[in-house]
Design a protein around this ligand. Structure first.
Ligand code: ADP
Length: 427
């Protein structure tokens, strides 16, 4: 079967179109120009609830809610004057009126036909109640979902701000904790420092005590020789009433021994002053050459027969502590004298480069290698000096003095050949 226009124009075709009209799922209504209903199919009857007889010949406006009728008449007349197939009420929600008075949503598409010299308007009507209900439900659900989402977002926002608030609180707590910790740390450090200071002063106290007792034992030994010398020389002086030369010799011996004793006592006093922190540094301009001459002069009494001191000095002015410098030099030069041969030479050289250097060189007994590391330790005396008087305190004092002046002292020595002590002072 071929359904073309020819077929549709045949009896069978007309029958087919007739069936289409009666079985259509859309309501189909025919109107005349004045709006009177000319025909309608069963679906239209079903949609509007009127019987065919009740509606045919009536104005189409009975199918339209009262409120829209006047407007509809205008539309209808306008359409009839210029009919064309189109959707009705585009963009507007259209409503139909059922026989019982109920309104319902509908969609209408309009067309027109000319039949038996008469123009008929055809309206295809679709009841969209179910679709609208679905749309409404969908809209309601969408609104619910929106509301729910908004509620959720609100909650999330509230929770977030609560969390932020908590976080801020937490941060400030952490900050406070940190501050407290650092305060605690500081107090702990203060406490540790105080403890260390107490320990240090206890240690100093103990060392001083130890030193004093070692000094007493050393002094009782070291004092004996000069005291014996003094006693025997004094006795001999009494005996040599006429021998002026012999008397002078013994007076000098007494002087030497007294000098020895004074040195020992001075060493001890210096050490105690240094250890207790009482030694102050008083800075002033020092004429170094003059100071060295003074030291050499003062030590003349100590010199052994035929010993001589050669001084080679630049005329140097230095800002330093003259008293401390003199004590250092007295110690180093008197050691050079003490530990040299009776006819030995001692050389003192003073020069200036980046720093100021004082070099004291002797050609004496030298220092054994095994003693060199401990030479600046208190009471340490080398193994080769047992026959020579000394306390082992001088160099430890020198070392401390040099530290006070921010200088340095080093030495080189070889047993049997001599020693060279170099003092380095900042300008
Ligand atoms: P003291 O001379 O009273 O023993 P010091 O502290 O001055 O004490 O010296 C420590 C030791 O260093 C001395 O006992 C000695 O062994 C050694 N010493 C110091 N200077 C010299 C030197 N110029 N030559 C050889 N030995 C030295």
């Amino acid at each position: 079967m071929k359904i073309n226009s020819d077929y549709l124009m045949s009896d069978k075709g007309l029958d087919l179109l007739n069936k289409l009209f009666y079985s259509s799922g859309e309501g189909i209504l025919f109107f005349e120009k004045d709006g009177k209903v000319a025909a309608l199919n069963p679906r239209a009857v079903e949609i509007f609830g009127y019987t065919e007889e009740e509606i045919i010949g009536k104005s189409v406006e009975i199918l339209i809610p009262q409120s829209q009728r006047v407007r509809h008449i205008k539309y209808r007349e306008k359409y009839v004057s210029q009919p064309s197939p189109r959707q009705m009420g585009a963009g507007r929600d259209l409503e139909g009126l059922k026989k019982g008075g109920d309104t319902f949503p509908l969609e209408i598409s309009l067309s027109y036909i000319t039949h038996e010299n008469q123009t008929l308007v055809v309206a295809f009507v679709t009841d969209i109640t179910i679709r609208k209900r679905n749309e409404k439900e969908l809209e309601e659900q969408r609104l619910k979902l929106k509301e729910y989402t908004e509620r959720l977002e609100r909650k999330v926002r509230e929770r977030t701000s609560e969390l932020e608030h908590m976080n801020l609180g937490l941060q400030s707590q952490i900050q406070e904790r940190k501050l407290a910790e650092s305060a605690l740390k500081e107090s702990l450090e203060d406490l540790k420092r105080a403890e260390q200071e107490i320990l240090n002063s206890l240690k100093r106290e103990r060392q001083l005590g130890e030193m004093k007792s070692r000094f007493v034992s050393m002094a009782s030994h070291e004092f004996r020789t000069p005291l014996t010398t003094i006693l025997s020389s004094a006795n001999l002086i009494l005996r040599y009433t006429d021998n002026e030369e012999a008397k002078e010799k013994h007076v000098n011996r007494i002087k030497g021994s007294v000098q020895n004793l004074t040195n020992i006592l001075n060493d001890f006093l210096s050490l105690e002053k240094l250890e207790s922190g009482a030694q102050k540094v008083i800075l002033a301009e020092v004429k170094l050459k003059a100071l060295i001459d003074e030291v050499v002069d003062e030590l003349q009494g100590m010199m052994q027969e035929k010993q001589n001191i050669q001084v080679e000095c630049d005329d140097i002015l230095l800002v330093s502590d003259a008293h401390i410098l003199k004590n250092i030099l007295l110690n180093i030069v008197s050691n050079a004298i003490k530990y040299s041969m009776p006819n030995g030479t001692i050389e003192i050289r003073l020069y200036e480069e980046r720093k100021v250097y004082i070099v004291v060189k002797d050609y004496g007994i030298g220092i054994p290698l095994k003693d060199q590391d401990q030479l600046f330790e208190r009471f340490h005396r080398a193994e080769n000096v047992t026959n020579i008087n000394g306390t082992g305190l001088g160099l430890s004092i020198v070392k401390k003095y040099i530290e006070l002046l921010q200088g340095d002292i080093t030495f080189e020595s070889e047993v049997g050949k001599g020693s060279t002590f170099t003092i380095e002072l900042p300008k």
